[in-house]
Design a protein around this ligand. Structure first.
Ligand SMILES: NC(=O)c1ccc[n+]([C@@H]2O[C@H](COP(=O)([O-])OP(=O)(O)OC[C@H]3O[C@@H](n4cnc5c(N)ncnc54)[C@H](O)[C@@H]3O)[C@@H](O)[C@H]2O)c1
Length: 246
């Protein structure tokens, strides 16, 4: 299907954090819908990328490397900012520096990637920017996630700001706020507790649907936002959490 037909046929897309997890699933789903995809990450879990997906090793916090990557990527009309880190701790037990680190990765790098691609999108009058926030943000709190929630709330604010400022330039900017999605980093967090099965059970217990989300359930929404079907959507925050925040 890649390259021909599909809901994203003819669109060139850039997806950050595409080495694994949600970003990887979005990159593969976009290619399956006919897009050409530049998949950027610090590292890739494996070398098996489907046709239509180009691999790019990139640290999105490196402004010079980002500028080179944007030049090489060409006429991108869909940008997915998926990079993010989950820091643990309350406002009292996490060092304040953790807030700076989380801000640098979750918010500043998102802003930097948007700034790098936006002028080209405005020139062509065509752009869909999708920022992966989190339901743990301005939507709901979770225990011990002070830096994460603060910075993901900022991603939602950044999304609305970009959406409003460039609404007349053919640019749409939306956020997706996933609930708990089973990805390699979630497995790492379970492993760090020392009891993977107990940690999994605790995460599942807070899910009204009795299960975690899958990366392709987030990718399905990203396809919609990337496509022309969502041409009247901008500044939205799509919560996809199996009812977790209800
Ligand atoms: N998994 C969840 O339950 C969940 C829930 C809500 C929101 N999110 C958000 O979704 C996004 C992806 O989450 P995930 O669980 O799939 O992630 P993950 O941790 O499994 O993968 C993240 C990827 O980001 C890459 N990365 C990290 N720093 C980078 C940098 N500086 N430059 C380029 N790439 C970098 C990593 O190499 C990794 O491949 C994150 O923003 C996360 O906060 C995840």
């Amino acid at each position: 299907m890649a390259g021909k037909g599909g809901r994203l046929a003819g669109k060139r897309c850039f997806v950050s954090a595409a080495g694994q997890g949600i970003g990887r699933s979005i990159a593969e789903a976009f290619a399956a819908e006919g897009a050409e995809v530049v998949a950027a990450d610090l590292r890739f879990a494996d070398d098996v990328l489907p046709p239509g997906v180009e691999r790019l090793i990139l640290d999105v916090t490196d402004d010079a490397a980002l500028a080179d990557a944007v030049r090489a990527a060409g006429a991108v009309s869909v940008l997915v900012n998926c990079v993010g880190k989950v820091a643990s701790g309350t406002i009292l037990d996490a060092p304040l520096d953790e807030l700076d680190d989380s801000y640098r990765l979750n918010v500043r790098s998102t802003a930097a990637v948007i700034r790098a691609f936006l002028p080209g999108m405005i020139e062509r009058g065509d752009g869909s920017i999708i920022n992966i926030a989190s339901v743990v943000s301005s939507v709901m709190a979770a225990p011990g996630r002070f830096a994460y929630a603060s910075t993901k709330a900022a991603v939602i604010g950044l999304t609305m700001s970009v959406a409003l400022d460039f609404v007349k330039s053919g640019i749409r900017c939306n956020a997706i706020s996933p609930g708990t999605v089973e990805t390699p980093s979630l497995h790492d967090r379970w492993a760090a507790t020392g009891d993977i099965e107990a940690a999994r059970a605790a995460f599942v217990a807070r899910q009204p649907m009795g299960r975690l989300g899958a990366p392709d359930e987030i990718a399905a929404a990203a396809i919609l936002l990337a496509s022309d079907e969502a041409r009247f959507m901008t500044g939205a925050n799509m919560v996809i959490d199996g009812g977790m925040s209800l």
